[in-house]
Write a protein that binds this ligand. Sequence first.
Ligand code: MG
Length: 447
Amino acid sequence: MALMMSVSGVRGVVGQTLTPGLAVDLGCAFGTLLGGRQVVIGRDSRPSGPMIEAAVVAGLLATGCEPVLLGVASTPAIALMVSRLHAAGGIVITASHNPIPYNGIKFLTDEGLAPPPERARQLFDLHQSRAFKLVDATSVHKPRVEPTAARTHVQAALGIVDQPGIAARGFHVVLDSVNGAGGEEGLMLLEQLGCRVAHLNGEPTGLFAHTPEPLAENLTDLCDAVRREGACAGFAQDPDADRLAIVDETGRYVGEEYTLALQARYMFETHPGSAAANLSTSRMIDDLAAAGGPCRVYRSPVGEANVVATMKQHGCVFGGEGNGGVIDPRVGVVRDSLVAMAIVLQLMARTGKRLSTLVDEIPRYVMLKTKFECTQERIARVLAAVRERYRQEKVNDSDGVRVDFADGWVHVRGSNTEPIIRIIAEAATRERADELVGQIQAIASRL
Ligand code: MG
């Protein structure tokens, strides 16, 4: 697979497209851009992590930076430490939910965010031109080890909930950390919240016990464990612990869309205000906002950085994506599985209801996702035709085209990385969702 490059960094197969040479050069480019200041570095648990880290650190040291090494840490913990330590930037070594052969290098601003597009372009231009500013021998610093990331992150997540109130309930939960970076932090959080925890795949070996994306087909062991343990909830983190999928007390996989929906339910009831979510995220949160009084949902283009930009623009009290990534600005401006677990337990403690009841009380929709190959030029024609066909409806074309109807919506967009077009439709019934997808396919087939 070719090396993938985006605003947030690079991702590739270790030893093929993601090499130590590339990592050194990117370290030099980032260090040059920052002009030799403090840079926080952490990694997920993959066996290739220390190799990539050593290479990136060499580049940072060569350009006069002071690397602060967090070791294995979740992506939200690394982002939090960048701002807590007032560092000039951060680097996260992770390939998120991709399998073991992959790894990636993500760059963070001093706020712990993905760099804006023009800053990312500067970085890649520097990498291309190799115009690195290397320092002389006496100006090379030593890396510093910083062991407090897990504790700091857990404290921040505890700060947004009623810790004694949750602890008083003595919840019994199952946590599946997929041998990723979130095990230590996840367990620490749940124990501090007074939970009895059955921890699956908690060792951060990076040898993922199952396919790491937290989808239903990969979490059958977690569902079984919840039933066997008689637990009241099951939580599944992805390898860098920025996403969370949820299993209810019956062992039912309720899915990633419900992570944000449950957060929305809690937040709209207790902290009325606006929220942000990307255009492909379920309409459940709009229903919850309408029920919550003067609350509003702003839609952003797909991508975590776009959700965060929309949150900042409108002063949102929370935000997120339908892939199980929830963002609470009181903790940080990245998706965070610890925030998600804390909020779900808080919602259960506050309402006294079972998780299955809380889920079933949220209006239910059927979401269908499909994609097909399409050249860039044809994608543009399809989007134009869809926009024209539905010009009487409520259309948002800030990222592809999303059309909202009274009884559902459909979102059509070209991929940023591959020549494919994606169609996502959601409606109260399977038939209606099928119909919405079919309408778009019919338009595309004529072009
Ligand atoms: Mg992830």
